[in-house]
Write a protein that binds this ligand. Structure first.
Ligand code: UD1
Length: 434
């Protein structure tokens, strides 16, 4: 088991290269199951979740090859070589429990497998540390496209005779739209017969990124980025080249790192348009955010104003940055209020932040964050990916030493986070059991 040891108090200053988006890469890799010939993906980060998807695609008959890193500077992150994905065999249909339990985004293989191989067997994900994670909307979408579906021993088994059939459907749920559900159904509809209209679709940039990939493969998708996506089904998709969008959650996390350490960071290869609600809240907090071409300059003055923030589907403030913003507001000059509307139980970081001297009180899906003068280093436990990032941020400014245990959660979604932080002045090291 690995941990981070962080000594707080260093002011971060310098350049950080933002990686390609994990949440874009995972469903895009799954979509490659539908293409004939090779697809080359650029900007795919090196993360344990990506490794899990590579393994799953291998099990499903794909040849996946990662090139050496030697990309030209200028048009995107240079950390990693491109990833080639070619389907060589189409005999298998299954995303097993073993893989889905470690990486929930494995369910993104459902739509591609069903549309291309006419059958998908996908382990139904259980809850996780951020709350219940049902897949009813994914399944409802597939059934509307003509799939037959039953469950057996914890698996969803979907089949279709002939091609899926396009239709008009509403895809929203009680908590609003679903990101991966929209992508899953959009992928399936890309190879369906006739037109599909997804009403109540998720507008997240990751949905648009996957639609752009599919269009390069030959799909006919319009309206992505809006709540109504139109998909004119085609008979075949062909491999293409595609660069995934920058990781807006990693970028937002580093913006908050600049703010919490009273620092000054230059975030390269990022897209501020995808972070408009985050910038809006950070500016209210007192953080200065500027853009020049593909670089974001983020700096902060000492004072952290308290703010109210509610997480919402895109373009609202993302739930994936809620925990990190809470860490910042722990040091606010007064009482902040955070409401979680996407995953109402996503508050496992509250107890750990309070162990570090925070004064956060949760009431249902709302947390009152009373600012304190300082946080103190403490041994704390990472519980999920973004909650862990919040603990790292708090540790960067806490007095003394913090040990963050179970950093495998962070490795799922932040590429080389300790190296990127150390390069701009953080005192952080990765240690094996101490
Ligand atoms: C994706 C992101 C995750 C992010 C989330 C919300 C990936 C790999 N993960 O997850 O980081 O936090 O979007 O922005 O991209 N819901 C249902 N039924 C369903 C599906 C979802 O009720 O069938 C509910 C969920 O419980 C949740 C809400 O809808 O309350 C939104 O979830 P969803 O957008 O589906 O999250 P994911 O796509 O799984």
């Amino acid at each position: 088991m690995e941990s981070f040891i962080i000594r707080g108090g260093a002011r971060l200053k310098g350049k950080v290269e933002i990686s390609g988006s994990k949440n874009s890469s995972l469903p895009i890799m799954a979509a490659c199951l539908m293409a004939e010939g090779k697809t080359t993906l650029r900007g795919v980060p090196r993360l344990s979740d990506i490794d899990s998807m590579v393994k799953l695609l291998g099990d499903l008959g794909c040849h996946v090859y990662r090139h050496e890193a030697k990309e030209s500077v200028g048009d995107g992150p240079t950390l990693n070589g491109p990833l080639d994905i070619t389907v060589t065999e189409e005999k298998k249909f299954e995303a097993s429990y073993e893989i889905v339990k470690t990486m929930r985004a494995s369910i993104c293989t459902m739509g591609p497998l069903l549309a291309k191989r006419k059958k998908a067997i996908v382990s139904i994900p259980g809850g996780c540390n951020i709350g219940d994670r049902p897949i009813d909307l994914h399944l409802r979408g597939m059934v509307k496209l003509g799939a037959e579906y039953h469950t057996q021993n914890g698996y969803a088994i979907l089949e279709v005779k002939g091609r899926l059939k396009g239709c008009r459907m509403y895809l929203g749920g009680a908590q609003g739209p679903t990101v991966l559900g929209t992508i899953n159904v959009m992928c399936a509809a890309a190879l369906a017969e006739g037109e599909t209209v997804l009403v109540g679709a998720a507008c997240e940039p990751e949905v648009g990124d996957c639609a752009n990939l599919l269009n390069k493969m030959g799909a006919k998708i319009t309206g992505h980025g809006t709540p109504e996506i139109r998909i004119e089904g085609v008979e075949k998709l062909t491999g293409c080249e595609h660069r995934v969008i920058p990781d807006r959650i990693e970028c937002g996390t580093f913006m908050i790192a600049a703010a919490i350490t009273n620092g000054e960071l230059e975030l390269k290869h990022s897209n501020l348009d995808h972070l408009i609600a985050v910038v809006d809240r950070l500016e209210d907090v007192g953080v200065k955010v500027e853009r020049q071409n593909g670089t974001i300059f983020c700096s902060s003055q000492r004072r952290i104003n308290p703010v109210e923030m509610t997480t919402q589907p895109y373009p609202g403030f993302p739930t994936d940055l809620q925990a990190q913003l809470m860490a910042l507001l722990c040091l606010g000059d007064g009482m902040s209020v955070i409401t979680e509307r996407v995953f109402p139980d996503r508050f496992t970081h509250v107890g750990e932040l309070n162990r570090m001297g925070g004064r956060v009180r949760k009431e249902g899906s709302t947390a009152g964050v009373q600012g304190v003068k300082e946080l103190q280093g403490a041994p704390v436990m990472a519980s999920d990916l973004r909650a862990s990032a919040a603990l790292v941020l708090a540790a960067l400014v806490a007095k003394g030493e913090t040990k963050v245990d179970r950093v495998y959660h962070i490795d799922r979604g932040y590429e080389k986070i300790e190296q990127k932080l150390a390069a701009v002045g953080a005192r952080i090291e990765r240690v094996k059991e101490r």
